[in-house]
Design a protein around this ligand. Structure first.
Ligand SMILES: [Mg+2]
Length: 121
């Protein structure tokens, strides 16, 4: 079973993502900010991370930078979630180490296709 860490400060988004991911046979863990996510990754590295961008404590961008500084190998795949459609914003995330992105709100088909692109389904 593949594992996915859902990182979002919105409990509602985490719940929706968990439902979709469990339907795709993922073992799902949740974190409410980048700091919690980093602690989880060091202790229990997931196969893939669904990463929100705007969060308190540690943002998605800060998390990506910190993740790359860990000794984790291989690094988990990262799909970042955004409500902003700007190409500069998306490029910044890819440059920071995200593998793919998905626009919020996402449905099962969209998320599954992104997970296929990064090679975890
Ligand atoms: Mg957020």
């Amino acid at each position: 079973m593949k594992s996915c860490l859902v990182v979002d400060d919105s409990k509602v988004i985490r719940k929706v993502a968990r439902h979709i991911l469990e339907g795709l046979d993922f073992a799902v863990a949740e974190a409410a900010d980048g700091r919690e996510a980093l602690d989880h990754c060091v202790a229990t590295p997931p196969d893939v991370i669904l990463l929100d961008w705007n969060m308190p404590v540690m943002s998605g961008m800060e998390f990506l930078r910190a993740l790359r500084e860990t000794a984790l190998a291989p690094l988990p795949k990262v799909v970042f979630c955004t409500t902003e459609n700007g190409s500069a914003h998306i490029r910044a995330a890819i440059d920071a180490g995200a593998d793919e992105y998905v626009m919020k709100p996402f449905d099962r088909e969209t998320l599954e296709s992104k997970l296929q692109i990064v090679g975890v389904v």
